[in-house]
Ligand binder design. Structure first.
Ligand SMILES: NC(=O)c1ccc[n+]([C@@H]2O[C@H](COP(=O)([O-])OP(=O)(O)OC[C@H]3O[C@@H](n4cnc5c(N)ncnc54)[C@H](O)[C@@H]3O)[C@@H](O)[C@H]2O)c1
Ligand SMILES: [Zn+2]
Length: 339
């Protein structure tokens, strides 16, 4: 008799909040564990990697590529990683994305886990099981959806995080608050980046809340049919202006969130665009930017969220309640012009 168990969409993920990197030793066998990290993190936190087989990739989005995936695979072969191996991505979203991607294809799939080291990776990139690489200019064009077996959060890594990377994380945190959690929005209003950076407990709680928020959205819609689209708040316009005008992801998303708030005011009678712009500013993020509508509309033509001639735009009914609204491209162009 051949027994075959097929299990889909139900991989289970263990989360370790407020944890320490050293706990990895209790969870995994160094002989069958392969850590993937980038050169920046390795040089800033070298002590952590002693005793682990570590594959170091160059830092930066330009290296979230097929070439880097190939390099990791070559290293895994050299290090004799077999089907029982576990890959652990220790890094920002570039590292976690490429680790999940390689783990999904190496020997048709091996186990993997993440230790996110940027605020953005902690609250966003490492959660949800999407693991992609870029092909040329096409971001995340190739990828898989597969959940990690564990996520370990050690906020100690954030001590070395550059200012611009904090901003990227805060933009996604404010996005989460806007679409799903008015209480968190108020808590963010009541604190500041300076306080959060010093207060480990407050920071850990915020990270945990955001992970849970994103997890619950993802769990309700693992393959992005509806609810998960809410996570795109600020990203439709954000993606269109990010590269064109040289903004960081967080800055572009912040401007996108503010525009979405104004569109929400015009279309849905949303009452609080100023509260949103004040909060974004409080976290060091920009809100206003005059862009070339024509150029942006061209970019939107290629947006993944476009269906026929509409964009599935994420708007706000109120703070803490995001909604998805199809907006015809021609109407959007007019709306952008009058903002
Ligand atoms: N899979 C998803 O669902 C998802 C969601 C959002 C974003 N992403 C992806 O995540 C990536 C962006 O992630 P990111 O912002 O973490 O970028 P990143 O991985 O490039 O990290 C940003 C920079 O910070 C450095 N760094 C990382 N940790 C550090 C630390 N503790 N101290 C000092 N420097 C540190 C890195 O070396 C890098 O230079 C993008 O490729 C994006 O597509 C994926
Ligand atoms: Zn984002």
């Amino acid at each position: 008799m051949l027994h075959q168990a097929v299990q889909f969409n139900q991989q289970h993920t263990d989360f370790y909040f407020d944890a320490s990197f050293w706990q990895l030793k209790e969870m995994l066998q160094p002989a069958s564990t392969f850590i993937i990290t980038d050169a920046n993190i390795y040089s800033l936190h070298a002590g952590y990697f002693k005793g682990w087989k570590t594959i170091i990739i160059p830092a930066g989005e330009a290296h979230k590529s097929l070439d880097t995936a190939q390099y990791i695979i070559d290293q895994l072969i050299q290090l004799k990683a077999d089907r029982t191996a576990t890959l652990v991505g220790v890094g920002g979203g570039v590292v976690t994305d490429i680790t999940g991607f390689v783990a999904a294809i190496y020997m048709r799939g091996i186990a993997f886990g993440f230790v996110p080291t940027t605020l953005l990776a902690m609250v966003d990139a490492s959660i949800g099981g999407k693991n992609g690489i870029d092909i040329g200019l096409y971001k995340n064009l190739m990828g898989t959806i597969r959940q990690p077996s564990f996520l370990l959060y050690d906020t100690h890594f954030l001590k070395t995080l550059p200012e611009a990377e904090w901003q990227n994380g805060f933009a996604e945190i404010i996005k989460h608050a806007c679409i799903k959690n008015a209480t968190m929005f108020r808590q963010l209003e009541g604190t500041s980046p300076g306080i959060l950076k010093k207060n480990k407990q407050q920071l850990n709680e915020l990270v945990q809340k955001n992970v849970q928020l994103k997890m619950s959205v993802v769990k309700a819609d693992e393959f992005e049919k509806g609810e998960r689209k809410l996570l795109n708040l600020g990203h439709t316009l954000g993606h269109a202006i990010e590269n064109e005008y040289g903004f960081s992801h967080g800055q572009a998303v912040a401007i996108g969130i503010h525009y979405a708030a104004i569109l929400s005011q015009q279309i849905l009678g949303f009452k609080n665009p100023e509260r949103i712009s004040v909060l974004l500013t409080q976290y060091g993020l920009p809100t206003h930017f005059v862009f070339n509508t024509h150029k942006v509309m061209n970019m939107l033509q290629m947006d993944k969220k476009r269906q026929q001639n509409e964009v599935h735009y994420i708007l706000l009914e109120k703070i803490g309640k995001g909604v998805i609204l199809p907006i015809p491209l021609k109407d959007l162009e007019k709306l952008y012009k009058i903002i």
